[in-house]
Design a protein around this ligand. Sequence first.
Ligand code: PEP
Length: 253
Amino acid sequence: MTSISRRPLVGGNWKMHMVGTEARELSRELVARLDQPAAEVVLFPSPPLLPTVAEVLAGSPLAWGGQDIHVEDAGAYTGDVSGPQLADAGCTWALCGHSERRRDHGESDALVGQKALAANRNGLTPLICLGETLSERQNGDTFAVLERQLNGALAGRPDPFALAYEPVWAIGTGETATPEIAQEAHRFLRETLADLIGEAAAGAKRILYGGSANPQNVADLIALPDVDGFLVGGASLDPEKFSTMIGCCGEAA
Ligand code: PEP
């Protein structure tokens, strides 16, 4: 595959953590530490925190996005968040198909594909998450699962988008994929992507790694040819760890 330079991207998935005062403090810390970040950075707070985060991040190089997006732009969907609402809150990104939503809300591959299109329709870039569970890996199904998830997510040909390879067994467990496992999966995703959208387009897409990424393991991972950044959960709540990880992306460039 042609080698092309891709600007690293690092996402901080805050999940269902923090209240407004804590979100304000963390956002301020990050703005202070990341005036010239070595990567594109996007924070994913819960919906009620978005106005607070937006207020602090406005005018900084840091972007923010939604942790989920509904496929419809409005309607009777209690508890959900729409693309227009995210765009109105200044979001430029939306997570689609995080494994916790696939697991807890039964999100199918097809639904994730519709969410990616809803993001694009509202001017947002979907960060599409995919990855195998431990039993799928143990059964030798990793590539089949990734191919199925990718086909579903890209069925409607969203663009722009980025991918996050997040092996479910590595999320929040402290167990990170080895560089060999990560590169094998990322390479597979890029090759499968090339079959779907062409080699040049696939070569330009960012594929992030997610799953217990931390300041100790990111240097080895970002050095891999097909790893273009990170989606970070737990460590993104610690400004020192998160900014250190972003700094590592610059050292690899
Ligand atoms: C995530 O939630 O996307 C994630 C990768 O979490 P953690 O970094 O805590 O494993």
